[in-house]
Structure formats: structure tokens, C-alpha cells
Design a protein around this ligand. Structure first.
Ligand code: MN
Length: 194
């Protein structure tokens, strides 16, 4: 009987930890867009160094997403355009390819750092787990288009190269040279670019 009570207490503790992790934040909903024309999402401009454009449809754009734990993104790719390696600290992402061919992938955490990667065609779906480094690369000769759903109204984005080499103020280049096993001149060159 005593061990049964102990087991029950442990179970109760375990379930309270589980529910404490992710309480449902739902409060209410609101109609978010005063002007219906503002709801139309046009193709993003991919004329930039990475050849892609991410149009985030998060709580900043649609206030009604607040507390709902969901958002979306439209990603346009020029031929050979890419969405460079990045992290969403608060969301898992599910990606649907509408046009074109994308090489996508994510890398698992330490110590294995396993690359999970796939070539996606129109209609294919892929999931990037929360907090992992991931990317998309248009390997086709045509434009590509994908939509993503994200499990947060405010997923956040950390682009690896921007955070490491483009921080403001810059991270000490000697430190980065050792961390990335690079010549300090290469680090300074990267810092100038980002
Ligand atoms: Mn992403």
C-alpha cells in the first residue's frame, strides 16, 4: 500500500511537470484585418544575395494569432535560391512545397549532429523540429514556392551566419577564429560581409 501511494505521488508529480511545460495560452480571438485587401500575400522579392524571400505571417502581421500558438510563412525561391541555415527557438515548422524542387534538411543536436535531409517536389511535406538548425535550397532551374506552418504565434528566427558573424557589436574575431578553426583574416572578411 505504501509503495502504491508513493507511486501515485510520483505520478502526480510527473503529470504536474508535464502540464507545467506548455499550458494552453488561449484567451480569446479577434478579427485581425480591417482591410481585406491587406490579407492578400504577394510573391516576395527574391532579388537579394540568398535568392529567397520569407514573408512571415505571425502575430506582428495578424494580431488575432495572439495566444493561438500558430503562424505561417510564405517562402519564395529564385532558381538556386536558398533559405540559409536558421533556428526557430519557439516553434516546430511543417513545410509544404507548392512549386519547384527543394533540397531541405535539419541537423540533430550534439553529439551526433546527424543531417536529416531530403529532396522535395511539389506536394511534398517536411517537418523541422523546434530549435534545430535547418535550411531549404532550390536545386531546380525554376522558381520554387513553399508555405510553412509554425507552432507558435511568435516563432522567432535566428539566422546562424547573421548571429555569429553579423552580431552588433561584432564578436571578438580571435575568439571566432579559434571556435570555427579559421584564419582570423577569414573571420574578419565574414564579419565585413554580414
Ligand atoms: Mn524555418
Amino acid at each position: 500500500m505504501k509503495s502504491f501511494v508513493q507511486a501515485f505521488v510520483l505520478l502526480a508529480l510527473a503529470s504536474s511537470f508535464a502540464s507545467a511545460f506548455d499550458p494552453s495560452p488561449l484567451q480569446d480571438f479577434c478579427v485581425a484585418i480591417d482591410e481585406p485587401k491587406n490579407a492578400v500575400k504577394m510573391p516576395g522579392d527574391t532579388n537579394n544575395p540568398v535568392g529567397s524571400n520569407v514573408s512571415a505571417v505571425n502575430v506582428d502581421k495578424i494580431p488575432g494569432l495572439n495566444t493561438l500558438g500558430i503562424s505561417a510563412a510564405r517562402i519564395d525561391f529564385a532558381p538556386y535560391g536558398q533559405n540559409p541555415p536558421h533556428i526557430h527557438p519557439r516553434a516546430t515548422e511543417i513545410l509544404v512545397v507548392l512549386e519547384g524542387t527543394l533540397l531541405v534538411g535539419f541537423v540533430t543536436s550534439n553529439p551526433n549532429n546527424t543531417l536529416i535531409s531530403k529532396v522535395l517536389n511539389k506536394g511534398d511535406v517536411f517537418v523541422f523540429p523546434i530549435g534545430l538548425v535547418h535550411f531549404q535550397f532550390n536545386i531546380g532551374k525554376t522558381n520554387a514556392l513553399a508555405f510553412a506552418g509554425l507552432s507558435s504565434q511568435n516563432p522567432g528566427v535566428i539566422t546562424i551566419a547573421d548571429a555569429v558573424f553579423g552580431s552588433n557589436p561584432p564578436i571578438n574575431p580571435d575568439f571566432l577564429a579559434k571556435a570555427f578553426m579559421l584564419d582570423v583574416k577569414v573571420v574578419k572578411d565574414l564579419q565585413a560581409k554580414f
